[in-house]
Design a protein around this ligand. Structure first.
Ligand SMILES: [Zn+2]
Length: 418
């Protein structure tokens, strides 16, 4: 896409957005003369979206609306996102750009939550658009607990697993608890596709070493769609024909210098139902100018949310930095960290593999990363309950017909609890 074509697409989008009450008044009357002029339009923040949900950002008539999703709203009021039929198709196309290259020979197990949130449905549609067979094995559902996912992966010969990076670890743990070796006992698995959490190089190495297959990551969110996908060489590239990207400095006005970490701001060029103009994603990102074997000359590292950082003195450690430090520990799967006076305090779960976590390792790492480190190794199960992993969940269907003996037994058990 040439800059002229992009400007043209942007001006068409701005015109379209004037139908939404929120954007009316924010968009200039005349078309932009350059991409730089986009900066004259105010940023759209998460708070704006909360305030305008559910209807004030909708830019199409009701009859064109086809699907609705919203964020979980764990940090406040949920944010609404609407889709036209075409939006869903475009969203699937964004995901199919990923280097995992799904095809009709693939059996794809989708392990994102299907209720309310968008990502499971988008990955599902993308896999089917490429002719793959999909197994919907929703996360956060009592019908598909972890042991069932492990069994599905084995018995249905899953070739691609898609889920959060944390789920990749938890599924591996469950497989191991059930007596399987992830690297050996899933011979049909060829790749894992992750989304929803930052995937640092250290975490990617860890997951690849556990499962023995390549990991492909996609970055996006319900509000904007999928904006960055890994190519076949595992490098994250921006989808330039779908979005305008900005990386802003602390002032949220000027662009950061090349190579610096900035605030990622995204404008959607093709979304019709609820387009985003200059959406402040809340994510830290930086452009790395380096030729990739796929032919592109730069990649975009999305390094997690601005609030998911630990500050020690003047230094800010984001999830990528923290993962990098953890990659030196003998136990790397499950950890938490907090600041101490002048340093970082890690708590990690012990693992089977041998390794020294003595003072020598800590002092060499303190020197390497120029920050004081404290490390506590806690028993397995402290941070993530393993019994919960093996729990098969409550019965999914209601039962109306009981035998008298069962009923009596239940009453008896209830009276015992009281
Ligand atoms: Zn590439």
């Amino acid at each position: 896409m040439t800059p002229e074509q992009k400007l043209d697409a942007l001006n068409r989008l701005l015109e379209h957005c004037k139908t939404a009450p929120f954007y009316r008044g924010r968009i200039p009357n005349r078309p932009l003369r350059s991409l730089k002029e986009l900066k004259r339009i105010p940023l759209t923040t998460k708070n704006d979206l909360r305030r305008c949900s559910p209807f004030c950002l909708v830019c199409v008539p009701r009859e064109e609306i086809y699907q609705y999703h919203e964020t979980y709203g764990t940090t406040g009021v949920p944010v609404s996102t609407w889709f036209t039929k075409r939006d869903l198709r475009e969203n699937a196309r964004e995901i199919t750009r990923c280097g995992v290259n799904l095809d009709a020979d693939d059996t794809v197990l989708v392990r994102f939550p299907y209720a309310i949130s968008a990502v499971a449905h988008m990955v599902h549609a993308a896999a089917q658009a490429k002719g793959a067979c999909v197994i919907p094995a929703s996360a956060r559902s009592t019908v598909s607990p972890f042991p069932r996912v492990v069994n599905l992966m084995k018995n249905i010969q899953v070739t691609v697993l898609t889920c959060l990076p944390l789920q990749v670890l938890l599924i591996a743990e469950t497989a191991e608890l059930l007596g399987s070796e992830p690297r050996q006992d899933f011979p049909h698995l060829r790749a894992i596709c992750t989304a929803g959490e930052p995937l640092s190089p250290a975490r990617r190495r860890l997951l690849q070493s556990i499962w023995g297959v390549p990991i492909f990551d996609i970055y996006g969110m319900a509000e904007i769609g999928t904006a960055v996908v890994d190519c076949e060489y595992g490098q994250p590239h921006t989808l330039e024909d779908y979005f305008v990207f900005e990386l802003l400095d602390k002032d949220l006005k000027t662009d950061v210098k090349p190579g610096q970490v900035g605030h990622l701001v995204v404008t959607t060029l093709r979304k019709r139902a609820t387009p985003m103009i200059r959406y402040l994603t809340g994510d830290r990102a930086r452009v790395v100018a380096k030729d990739c074997a796929c032919g592109r000359d730069s990649s975009l590292q999305v390094r997690g949310r601005w609030e998911d950082t630990v500050t020690v003195g003047r230094r800010v450690f984001d999830l990528w930095d923290l993962d990098e430090i953890v990659s030196n520990f003998p136990c790397q799967r499950f950890w938490v960290v907090g600041p101490t006076s002048g340093g970082l305090h890690f708590v990690v779960e012990e693992e089977e593999r041998d390794g020294d976590v003595g003072p020598e390792l800590l002092s060499s790492l303190t020197e390497k990363y120029e920050v004081k480190l404290k490390l506590d190794v806690v028993p397995k199960g402290t941070l993530y309950d393993r019994d919960e992993l093996l729990d098969v969940g409550p019965v999914g269907k209601p039962q109306y017909i009981y035998s008298v003996t069962e009923m009596e037994a239940k009453k008896y058990l209830k009276s015992m609890k009281m």
